[in-house]
Design a protein around this ligand. Structure first.
Ligand code: SF4
Length: 840
């Protein structure tokens, strides 16, 4: 029932592959055969959520267990949400299209405060009450984790529990507890929550009562002594076992469409504004050997061509030159690209520079954060202008075209000279180092003080102050080689409210949702006036949370969350900021006493202190991940013609997406394939025609150069094993050029949801001598088409199904949708909902 409704919805939405599922490496289980069903919900659009590495980790860990099935959910875009409401369809999982409310646990990733309204969208569409105290044990247990959980209070009323810290171990402990409760518990939600509260890293907000002091500050009183201070869960080291070796390969346009290698977790630099730098300590690096093995295994399971290195401070990975050399050499046989991090100038070896020059570049980012040395010292950025300049100079000389520079305004102790400093530094870099088409893209965001940082008490700039500084920057940063971008200060204001908010904000979230706030992190969806109305309606004053300087010692909403960093360390760091005194990086220097490490189980894991190697040459494999040798000569390949079908959900793949799907499938087979020459080689694969989005086909063709000696049968079976469901190779043979190309004629079968046309109407059209229509070509020219001449035949097979054969008119391919709408006058919505299949 749901699936059918979903089908008719997907026809009408802008990007159906956001919801269609069936990506490579998804796991589908029979939910009736597992002990626990776990919904992993990411409250943002698919293209963001599916790129999140943490979600891939949890999905992999949970699905490795035979007794657990984990499935994914993402926030719907407004067009999808409207149709779901119209058709009364709840949020359905990507894997088995099971409604969200049917899962045992819903785990929500909290990565960004401007996603909060999307959480309510998921609940509301699924008939799940917003407030935790309105949900008994019949509803799923709803938990959340991620960086925003380090101040869980603004969402405390909505969730049953939060996971604070690394999720790898906690998630299985939570799962085991719920399984045990399902099997032998008393059915009381409170009992389950009490069991969960004993897991390290789990916070149950309903086990605290709320009061307020005379100044309106939230104060929490724990109900249980053993659940009064919530210690963060910390993974002592990143293990091979927890890495998702077969990550899901998303469809569509994910923001990160490449293999993501988490090379380290945590950061040791100690930037005083940075929450991630505090709450993910200590630094834990993966070994070079593990990373190379993971890379090979993951490239083979995904078919990705690109790799990006993931960590808070990739340039600080202690074995970075060796890792990059190894990855760059590894990639040479496969035409891969690597998104290179902003490696520091002093770490560039001559060999590495030569390798970097030889590969395709993506963006190069460097984050000075502040424009003057004074302010960079205040925030402990540990970057001098000289090293910034050298890094930019190197990057431009190594072939990057665009350098991104990140700055913040509104940092503590900032003066107008520091804003001028941003303009001066950027202009100096642009004037000194850019040549030809090279550009500097500077971006300015508003500093938002975050919990668990030395600046957690600091006042955020008001909207007026932010706008004034931004205008100053716009006026003073004019240079032909510089583009300046900035984040909407109004979005920063809303983010600031939630970052340091408390439980008083619950009505604000509900009101904002009711007024229509959705996808607030997207500038094209963010609507500040709705937020202003929500503040007005709830009587909440945003300045109490944003531009108010907290007094020393005032109770903070997150005081009961123990991130592991000592409060005295944070206070001392603030003092040192005032004195412009630096705190050294504890990866390369002695411990600076933040308090997270006990040096027994928890300590920094730095590879160079751990037997790491200086060079990679002895660990680089001589085979690529799919087992083939590096590039073969051109005469080792031969051209094949493959016929394939594209049915059911595969109709939602656009032409470019199909090309990517086939390229990755070919890579996963391990066959050697021919690439074009040049700096940016591409796989030699082409399609006979481009099928329109939404159309099925039994008769498509593609051409590809594969290694000689393969049999058609082996190509077919290897590729069919690697293609997504609903795409299948139906025939394969050596390509033979036809002496005369046949006149194209295509027959389509069209199925409607209900009868909409009768045979006499078709006959009347067939009796016409011509039926001219006009439209605009892609080049903007008016073109005339005789639809009657394009229609060779049409007949009703049943009241809801017809078959038509079309030929081109003046070399223009006429689509069956055009005949239906313009020729037969079928309603646009009926045409959109029709299933159209090109027949063999
Ligand atoms: S306790 Fe010391 S070594 Fe560990 S993260 Fe903190 S500063 Fe670094």
């Amino acid at each position: 029932m749901h699936k059918q409704n979903y089908q008719y919805i997907l026809n009408r939405v802008q990007t159906p592959t956001r919801y269609s599922g069936n990506e490579i490496n998804t796991v589908k289980k029979d939910l009736s055969l597992v002990d626990l069903t776990f919904a992993l919900a990411f409250p943002d659009l698919y293209e963001i959520g599916t790129s999140h590495f943490g979600l891939q980790i949890l999905y992999s860990i949970l699905n490795k267990r035979e007794d657990i099935a984990a499935e994914r959910f993402f926030a719907p875009a407004p067009d999808m949400e409207a149709l779901m409401r119209e058709k009364k369809v709840p949020c359905l999982s990507m894997e088995t299209r099971t409604p969200l409310g049917c899962f045992d646990i819903i785990g929500v990733s909290l990565l960004y405060e401007l996603n909060f309204t999307n959480i309510l969208t998921l609940f509301d569409l699924s008939g799940i009450p917003f407030y935790a105290d309105q949900r008994d044990a019949e509803f799923p247990l709803i938990i959340a984790g991620g960086p925003c959980a380090f101040n869980p209070e603004p969402l405390a009323d909505f969730f049953d529990a939060f996971v604070i810290g690394d999720g790898e171990q906690v998630i299985t402990q939570v799962a085991d507890t719920v399984i045990a409760f399902k099997k032998a518990g008393d059915g009381q939600k409170k009992t389950l929550l009490r069991m969960l509260s004993r897991i390290k890293g789990v916070y149950v907000p309903s086990f605290f009562t709320v009061s307020r002091d005379g100044d309106g500050h939230q104060m929490l009183t724990p109900l249980y002594e053993d659940h009064s201070r919530i210690k963060r869960a910390i993974l002592p080291e990143l293990t091979f076992a927890d890495f998702p070796m077969s990550p899901i390969v998303p469809f569509g346009k994910p923001v990160h469409d490449r293999l993501r290698l988490e090379i380290a977790r945590g950061c040791s630099r100690g930037c005083r504004f940075c929450q991630a730098g505090m709450i993910y300590r200590p630094v834990r690096e993966r070994s070079l050997e593990d990373l190379l093995e993971i890379t090979q295994a993951s490239l083979a399971t995904t078919g990705y061509s690109d790799i990006s290195l993931l960590s808070l401070s990739t340039g600080d990975y202690s074995q970075l030159p060796a890792l990059m050399e190894a990855l760059l050499l590894l990639s040479q046989g496969q035409c891969n690209a690597i998104s290179l991090p902003s490696i520091r100038a002093e770490k560039l070896t001559p060999q590495l520079m030569a390798l970097i020059k030889s590969v395709r570049k993506t963006g190069f980012t460097i984050a000075p954060e502040a424009g003057t040395q004074r302010l960079r010292d205040i925030i402990n950025k540990n970057l001098t202008e000289e090293s910034i300049a050298k890094t930019v100079e190197n990057a431009l000389s190594l072939g990057w075209k665009n350098i991104k520079l990140y700055f913040m305004t509104g940092l503590p102790f900032e003066q107008m000279d520091d804003i001028q400093g941003i303009a001066d530094l950027t202009r100096r870099l642009a004037s000194s180092y850019t040549r030809g088409k090279q550009m500097i893209n500077a971006s300015a965001t508003c500093f938002i003080p975050k919990a668990h940082t030395p600046f957690q008490n600091h006042a955020q700039m008001t909207l007026d102050q932010t706008l004034e500084k931004l205008q100053y920057l716009k006026d003073n940063l004019r240079h032909p080689k510089v583009k300046l971008k900035w984040q909407d200060p109004k979005m920063s204001l809303i983010e600031g409210v939630w970052s340091r908010g408390d439980r008083s904000l619950s009505p604000l979230l509900v009101k904002a949702f009711e007024l229509g706030c959705r996808l607030d992190g997207w500038s094209d969806h963010f609507n500040f006036s709705l937020w202003e109305q929500a503040f007005e309606a709830t009587g909440i004053e945003p300045a109490f949370y944003t531009s108010r300087q907290r007094t020393p010692g005032e109770p903070l909403p997150w005081d009961h969350i123990d991130a592991g960093i000592k409060k005295a360390f944070l206070e001392n760091e603030l003092k040192k900021a005032e004195e412009m005194s630096l705190t050294p990086d504890c990866r390369e220097n002695a411990c600076t006493g933040c308090g997270i490490c006990d040096f027994k189980t928890i300590a920094p894991v730095v590879q160079k202190n751990n037997g790491g190697r200086d060079t990679s040459s002895d660990i680089i494999p001589d085979k690529n991940p799919a087992g083939q040798s590096a590039r073969l000569p051109d005469d080792a390949f031969i051209k094949y013609e493959l016929k394939f079908s594209k049915l059911d959900d595969a109709r939602f793949f656009g032409h470019l997406e199909m090309a990517t799907i086939f390229q990755r499938a070919v890579k996963r087979t391990g066959f050697a394939v021919k690439y074009s020459k040049g700096f940016n080689p591409s796989m030699r694969i082409s399609f006979a025609t481009a099928l329109p989005l939404g159309m099925e086909s039994e008769a498509e063709s593609l051409y590809i150069y594969l290694e000689k000696g393969l049999t058609p049968q082996s190509i077919m079976s290897a590729l069919n094993a690697q293609l997504p469901r609903d795409i299948a190779i139906t025939d394969c043979g050596l390509f033979r050029k036809s002496p005369l190309p046949p006149t194209p004629r295509d027959t389509y079968q069209i199925s409607f949801a209900a009868p909409c046309i009768r045979q006499p109407e078709l006959d009347r059209f067939l009796a016409l001598s011509e039926f001219m229509v006009e439209d605009m070509s892609k080049k903007g020219k008016i073109r005339k088409t005789d639809l009657r001449k394009a229609l060779l035949s049409v007949r009703l097979i049943s009241p809801i199904r017809l078959e038509m054969t079309l030929i081109p008119y003046n070399a223009r391919i006429v689509r069956p949708t055009e005949i239906l709408a313009k020729g037969f006058g079928v309603d646009d919505i009926v045409v959109t909902d029709a299933r159209i299949k090109k027949l063999k």
